[in-house]
Design a protein around this ligand. Structure first.
Ligand SMILES: [Zn+2]
Ligand SMILES: [Zn+2]
Length: 171
């Protein structure tokens, strides 16, 4: 899938520039959403960065990547506010098990439950939305009289690439 380079090798400015250049090919699914959101330059920079990363990033990793040419880093509160906005509008998901954020990689409807398959070995995450999962969650919630707020299921494991790799193996 996406090649993710280790951070802190290239200059911050170049890194952000390359994040922008990749955003369209990797986040095409956002096209219809983008008409309805107010993407300020700060929100756009974070969304582009997550699209380019192709895997979840923690808020402080993002702050490090947003350091400008003079070494100034954005205030954490501004990054968290931008993330809140992107999460609320369905462009970004928060992964509780990783305390990290990832760009939505699917065309799912905002109300659909999403299943995240999180690889312990390489850190990549794939997401799936499934009507049958929704039906099951609805049934379970109804039976328990539970008003479900969260629509996220995070499954930990090993992705196909890592499971098949001769080295990087964890069984
Ligand atoms: Zn999504
Ligand atoms: Zn993997």
């Amino acid at each position: 899938m996406n090649e993710v380079r280790p951070p802190a090798r290239r200059s911050p400015r170049r890194r952000v520039a390359s994040a922008r250049s990749h955003s369209h090919e990797r986040c095409e699914g956002h096209g219809e959403h983008l008409d309805r959101v107010n993407l300020t330059p700060g929100r756009r920079a974070i969304l582009d960065m997550l699209c380019a990363a192709g895997k979840p990033l923690g808020a402080y990793e993002m702050i490090d990547l947003l350091v400008d040419a003079d070494g100034r880093r954005p205030a954490p509160i501004s990054v968290y506010r931008a993330l809140d906005y992107l999460v609320e509008h369905g462009l970004v998901h928060r992964l509780a098990s990783r305390n990290a954020f990832m760009a939505c990689g699917s065309h799912h409807h905002g109300a659909d439950p999403v299943v995240f398959l999180i690889c312990d070995a390489c850190g990549r995450v794939r997401e799936f939305a499934s009507p049958s999962v929704r039906a099951d969650l609805d049934a379970i919630s109804a039976e328990a009289g539970f008003r479900r707020r969260s629509q996220m299921l995070e499954l930990l494991g090993v992705c196909a690439d890592c499971a098949n790799a001769p080295h990087n193996h964890s069984t």
